[in-house]
Design a protein around this ligand. Sequence first.
Ligand code: 13P
Ligand code: SF4
Length: 362
Amino acid sequence: MADTAAPLEFTPAIEAETADVYARLQGKVSLLEWQLQAPLIHAINTLKKEMNAVILAHNYMTPEIFHGVGDYVGDSLGLAREAAKSDAQIIVQGGVHFMAETSKILAPEKTVLIPDLRAGCSLASSLTGEQVRLIKQRYPGLPVVTYVNTTADVKAETDICCTSANAVQVVEHIAAEWGVDSVILIPDQFLAKNVARQTDIKIIAWAGACEVHERFNAEDIAEVRAAHPGVVVLAHPECPPEVIAASDFTGSTTAMSDYVTHNKPKQVVLITECSMSDNVTSDAPGVEFLRPCNLCPHMKRITLQGIYDSLRFHQYEVEVDPALIPRAALAVQRMIDMPPLKTPARYDIVKARHHVDVEMIS
Ligand code: 13P
Ligand code: SF4
């Protein structure tokens, strides 16, 4: 499609209208970067209103997306809840493909756009619907819980989905409902092992992993603790169990962010994707954020320019096979309908548990 739009310029009017966003980005973008970003942010926010569109932005989006154009920002659970209840006609997913598919599954009448179709996920690509059917044959009578980081054909084979915010609760809920003491929890082996530390339910796990979180190890934490005594370490539950055991707190991306804004530790390290720290700093003045962190190459495919083009050119529309939608929607909706957690979502770090019951599917 020919691009007939006037070139975007950093005018005094745009500078004034985006000043609140710039205030939140202080220290994270240079003035030169801001002069390129501000006109895009302004143009995107104008287009959203004209088109009745919303942007659902994951916590791993870069700060100019997170603070500048996200209408709803949060973790996978929060984004799914928002997709289900949004009044907008168009959803632009500031996140990866499985998140856009989840939005489409929950709101099939809406147009769901993703700015870059290559924004995948190592967990979602580790498991197919056909493999889930084989697993069900091998473990008849056991409920299948799949992480929301899965494709629509996997969700369609699932009894209930979970996210990092509610996995323990979902596992215990479905085990009680089915009257069983074992649950299939796939595809993330580390989430499964971390959940197993929190429950007496036996967990049947798959060998998938997040390519961002599997790279952390206990030495990373030992090094940061040695260099910064007193630092508070928060780790995402997709990290290996030895990383979680060496941490002070673990929970979903939103739970980690809430921990920092409520507890305001002097120094903190977020063992997760790098944009998390960049985004949380604005709401946590006085907290020093230390490294390590790792970048998710899939999340980083989503850019301001990509979002702008997505709205202008109506690209790239995410479709889900209509035959899969009712079954996949049921699995996601069952999770959304679970009663809200009474305390902020987290996994207590049970260092003393001796019996952790996990069977890997081979
Ligand atoms: P949450 O935001 O649900 O914690 O998940 C992180 C993630 O893996 C997104 O890719
Ligand atoms: Fe997938 Fe990990 Fe990237 Fe999340 S951070 S999208 S789980 S690869």
